[in-house]
Design a protein. Structure first.
Length: 535
């Protein structure tokens, strides 16, 4: 039995026009299909009829009327208990007829034309309906993503944001659980999890991570163990400027039918959300960095102020001596220290120290040294015993590989007698009025290297017009763009040529000469200078 609109069709234009007109008058293709199926049953004496379309090798029911066991899907090769007719005019369409029907009977060919038109209209309506659904769904999806984007962008607190991102992702995809990973030292570190446990760390180059990112249900056991116990996983990368900054993982999608896998549209939705989350997370990360930088800057300024207070507020005034001290750290705080302390008997103690290292750790050790020195000296003589006790203090209060070079000099203002101790510091310079230079060399190891250190004192005598220069290596090791050091030789020549200048002008000359030598190179080390002239 066939129902055909093929080569044997009638040429009666009026009859064909009537069939097409019936199709056009009905509001929907589905309603027309039901009507046509009813007419087919009347014409053939059938108790019921159904239209099937082929889909992946099986037949799927599109419409049915009357009585008959018309299943929603059936195998074309199976015994059905009813008659099947092939609709030649529309490839892939089948008619099922139930009841006592004459297998030799034929339906009006005009009915085949109407079936063809109705099926095409019905399929077009289904396609339009799917498209409308997709458009509506995309609108709802975009609106939801917009609302979610506003929510996650409303905070700059990184901990709160991580929790919000994960909660919104789970809600958006109707997932039971999830985990959020962020980059930490070249790995993916777990920062938040909801609904269950998750692996603590993931390596970027793990095959399991790639498997997880490519598949809704990765077969790799290691990938499945990212969320232990989850049956279905979906993950997308969190990227900023093409660089991976994290991974967002959700598991076990819930629906009215229970827990199942995620669909391809879910991956697209999660990817869009991950893009918004990446921007919010990056903003929060930058905000945290800015806050931390501001905090460190405030602490550094406070530390610099405290360190400045360690330096002498007023220069000692002793008849027969002209004194000036100057220091400039390479950073907010530094490891250089100087002090000028008046002692009993018209004497002056001058100290320059240089802590190994820079920044806050060095500044803390400088503070400890300053306090200890003032407690130990207390207006008394600055001799080997005091320096030895300072060594023990530094050794006991500082960490390994921390030490301090120091040069301490005690000057009698009247006689010009200078007694000094050099604990591993660069030699001080004694420049006579005649232009001769003598170095105050080392007489012991730096402070803090070994306990119970011993220090050998030295002495010189300053005459009227002589200059004593105690400095830190930040001056002589000032480097040019060619990586050449300023060196002690240039400092000596500068002191010779400017020896008669007032001490403030002489300090300015040293500062200008080193800056000119560096030619814009940043200051690499703290610079400290004490100048004492016998008048």
């Amino acid at each position: 039995m066939t129902l055909s609109a093929g080569s044997g069709a009638s040429t009666d234009r009026a009859a064909w026009g009537d069939a097409l007109d019936r199709a056009a008058r009905k509001s929907t293709g589905r309603a027309l299909l039901d009507r046509l199926l009813g007419e087919l049953c009347e014409e053939l004496g059938a108790t019921g009829a159904a239209v099937y379309l082929r889909d992946d090798g099986r037949l799927v029911r599109e419409a049915a009327v009357g009585s008959g066991p018309f299943p929603s899907r059936l195998d074309p090769a199976a015994e059905t208990g009813f008659h099947m007719l092939r609709l030649v005019a529309l490839d892939g369409a089948e008619l099922a007829i139930a009841g006592e029907v004459d297998p030799t009977a034929a339906a009006d060919e005009r009915l085949a034309v109407a079936f063809t038109a109705a099926l095409r209209a019905h399929q077009l309506e289904k396609k339009l309906k799917r498209q409308r659904f997709e458009v509506a769904f995309r609108g709802v999806e975009l609106e939801a993503l917009y609302d979610v984007g506003l929510a996650v962008a409303s905070t700059l607190d990184l901990e709160t944001l991580c929790e919000e991102v994960l909660l919104r992702a789970i809600s958006l995809l109707d997932a039971r659980r999830g985990a959020l990973y962020l980059d930490a030292d070249g790995e993916l570190a777990l920062v938040r999890t909801l609904g269950g446990d998750a692996r603590r760390r993931l390596a970027y180059d793990e095959p399991q991570v790639e498997s997880l990112r490519r598949s809704q249900d990765p077969a790799d056991r290691g990938a499945q163990d990212v969320l232990p116990g989850a049956g279905h996983l979906l993950a997308v990368a969190i990227e900023v400027d093409g660089r991976s900054r994290g991974l967002l993982v959700v598991g076990d999608k819930e629906s009215r039918h229970g827990v199942g896998p995620f669909g391809s549209s879910d991956r697209r939705t999660l990817a869009l959300f991950a893009n918004q989350a990446a921007i919010a997370l990056e903003n929060a990360h930058l905000h945290r960095q800015a806050v931390e930088k501001e905090r460190l800057e405030r602490e550094a300024e406070l530390a610099a102020e405290i360190q400045r207070r360690l330096l002498p507020e007023r220069l000692p005034r002793l008849a027969g001596l002209e004194v000036l001290g100057w220091s400039r750290p390479a950073r907010h705080v530094g490891g250089d220290f100087y002090d000028l302390m008046p002692l009993a008997g018209d004497r002056l103690a001058a100290v320059v120290a240089d802590v190994a290292g820079k920044g806050m750790p060095a500044a803390l050790l400088v503070s400890s040294l300053s306090s200890a020195m003032r407690l130990l000296v207390e207006g008394k003589a600055l001799g080997p015993e005091v320096v030895s006790r300072l060594n023990d203090h530094v050794y006991g209060s500082s960490g390994p590989n921390k030490f301090i070079t120091l040069l301490a000099a005690e000057i009698e203002a009247g006689s010009g007698e200078v007694r000094y101790l050099n604990a591993g510091h660069n030699p001080a310079l004694h420049l006579t009025a005649a232009g001769e230079v003598r170095e105050l060399a080392s007489g012991g190891l730096p402070l803090g290297l070994f306990p119970a250190g011993s220090y050998r004192p030295g002495s010189i005598k300053m005459a009227t017009g002589d200059l004593l220069c105690i400095y830190s290596d930040g001056i002589t090791e000032c480097a040019s763009p060619e990586d050449e050091e300023f060196g002690p030789g240039r400092l000596v020549e500068l002191l010779r040529s400017s020896a008669r200048l007032p001490l403030p002008d002489l300090v300015a000359a040293v500062d200008e000469a080193t800056a000119r030598f560096a030619r814009g190179m940043p200051q690499a080390d703290d610079q400290t200078l004490i100048l004492i002239r016998k008048t």
